[in-house]
Ligand binder design. Structure first.
Ligand SMILES: Nc1ncnc2c1ncn2[C@@H]1O[C@H](COP(=O)(O)OP(=O)(O)O)[C@@H](O)[C@H]1O
Ligand SMILES: [Mg+2]
Length: 336
C-alpha cells in the first residue's frame, strides 16, 4: 500500500507520518518510509539523532544508479541519460518489491529500529532553491517517483511518503501514485486552503484524499473542519504529550502513546487497507503514461534530445502478477 502525507508546512505531516509508520511497524508489517518533504525531518521524528540523520544517503544524489537498475534490459530506454523521472517501466524493466533486497535499497535505504521492528528509511536529501517549483531533470522527488512507478506492492506492506504538497508533485503526477493521500490540516483557513487546491488537482484522477485534522483542540475546531472539508474529514488528532517528549529527545515507548491518538492511527491504518480493493493497476499505468507524455512535451524531449514518447511500452501494465512471474523466471508479459 502506498500512502502519502501532504499538507501545509508545519501542519504536522512529518509528525503524523512518523506516528503512522510506528503504528505499522508495531503490527510487524514491512514498511518503507520515504522523506520527500522540503524540510527533511522524518529521520529525526523516527528517533534518529543528528549524526545518523545527516549520514542518511540522499536518493536525489543516486539517480543514475536508480535509473540504471530500473531500466534493466528495457530496449525502449536507450540510456540512463534519456530516462527522466516519469519514464514508465516496460518489458525488460526491473520492478521493486517492498520486502526484498535490491541495489536501490542497498544504496538509498537505511534500517531504523522502532518498537515492534525495523523499517527502511529513504530520504530525497535536502532541497535547494533550484529544486523548488520546477519540473526539472534533476528533481529530487523524481527519485521517489521512479521508485513508486516501478514498485509492485501488495496488501499488508507499506510505503509511507512524507511529502510536500506543491507544484512539483502536481506537474510530475506524483500526487496520483498513492492508494490513499492523507492531507494533514490544522483547523485554520490556511490549513484547509491546501486541501482545496489538492482536491481540485485530485478530482480528475481518482485520488483518494482524506483529511486528518491536527492540533484540534475542541468542538469549535472540529466544527470548523467539518464545515470546510465535509466527509473528507477522516479523523482528528489533538496535542500529544508523547510527541512533545519525543521532541525533547526523550522518546517514550510507542505503547505509551495516548489512547485517543493510537485510535486515530488505527483509523488511518484501516482506511489505508480499505483502499486495496479500489486498486486499479491499469489506471495506475495509464496515469503514469499520461504524465510522462506531458513531461516529455513540456521539457523532457528538449532536455534529452530524444522522443520520449517512444519509451512507452503500449502492452505493458504494472501489476502484482508481474513480479510473481519474474520470481519464477518467466519472461515478463503484460497482464490483462
Ligand atoms: N499532534 C501534535 N502534538 C504535539 N505537537 C505536534 C503535533 N503535531 C505537530 N506537532 C508539532 O508541530 C511542529 C510541526 O510539525 P511537523 O510534523 O514538523 O510539520 P510538517 O512536517 O507538516 O512541517 C513540530 O514541532 C511538531 O512536533
Ligand atoms: Mg515536515
Amino acid at each position: 500500500m502506498k500512502i502519502a502525507f501532504v499538507g501545509k508546512g508545519g501542519s504536522g505531516k512529518t509528525t503524523l507520518s512518523s506516528l503512522f509508520i510506528r503504528q505499522l511497524a508495531a503490527t510487524g508489517a514491512p514498511v518503507v518510509a520515504v522523506d520527500a518533504d522540503i524540510n527533511q525531518h522524518l529521520g529525526a521524528a523516527l528517533g534518529l539523532d543528528e549524526a545518523d540523520s545527516a549520514a542518511l544517503p540522499a536518493m536525489g544524489e543516486r539517480l543514475p544508479l536508480i535509473k540504471d537498475y530500473l531500466r534493466g534490459s528495457n530496449p525502449r530506454i536507450a540510456s540512463v541519460e534519456t530516462m527522466i523521472k516519469t519514464t514508465p517501466p516496460g518489458e525488460g524493466s526491473r520492478l521493486l518489491r517492498v520486502s526484498e533486497h535490491n541495489p536501490v535499497y542497498d544504496a538509498c535505504a537505511r534500517p531504523v529500529e522502532l518498537d515492534g521492528g525495523a523499517v527502511r528509511l529513504m530520504v530525497t536529501g535536502p532541497f535547494t532553491d533550484s529544486d523548488l517549483g520546477v519540473a526539472c531533470y534533476h528533481s529530487k522527488t523524481g527519485a521517489v517517483e521512479l521508485f513508486l512507478n516501478h514498485l509492485v506492492d501488495g496488501p499488508s506492506e507499506y510505503v509511507v511518503v512524507d511529502m510536500t504538497a506543491g507544484s512539483d508533485s502536481f506537474a510530475s503526477g506524483m500526487f496520483t501514485r498513492f492508494d490513499i493521500t492523507f492531507l494533514v490540516a490544522e483547523p485554520t483557513r490556511k490549513g484547509v486552503s491546501v486541501y482545496r487546491q489538492y482536491k481540485e488537482y485530485a478530482h480528475d484522477f481518482g485520488v483518494v484524499l482524506k483529511v486528518v485534522g491536527n492540533k484540534v483542540q475542541g468542538q469549535d475546531d472540529l466544527d470548523f473542519l467539518r464545515a470546510e472539508v465535509g466527509d473528507d474529514l477522516l479523523v482528528t488528532v489533538g496535542h500529544s504529550d508523547w510527541v512533545r517528549s519525543m521532541e525533547k529527545g526523550r522518546p517514550p515507548r510507542f505503547e505509551l502513546l495516548e489512547d485517543v491518538n493510537r485510535l486515530a492511527l488505527r483509523r488511518l491504518h484501516t482506511a489505508a487497507d480499505a483502499t486495496y480493493e479500489l486498486r486499479d493497476w491499469e489506471r495506475y499505468t495509464r496515469q503514469m503514461v499520461h504524465f510522462h507524455l506531458k513531461n516529455a512535451q513540456s521539457w523532457g524531449n528538449e532536455r534529452t534530445g530524444a522522443d520520449l514518447a517512444a519509451q512507452i511500452d503500449p502492452g505493458f501494465v504494472l501489476g502484482e502478477s508481474l513480479t510473481a512471474l519474474a520470481a519464477s523466471n518467466f519472461r515478463l508479459t503484460p497482464t490483462v
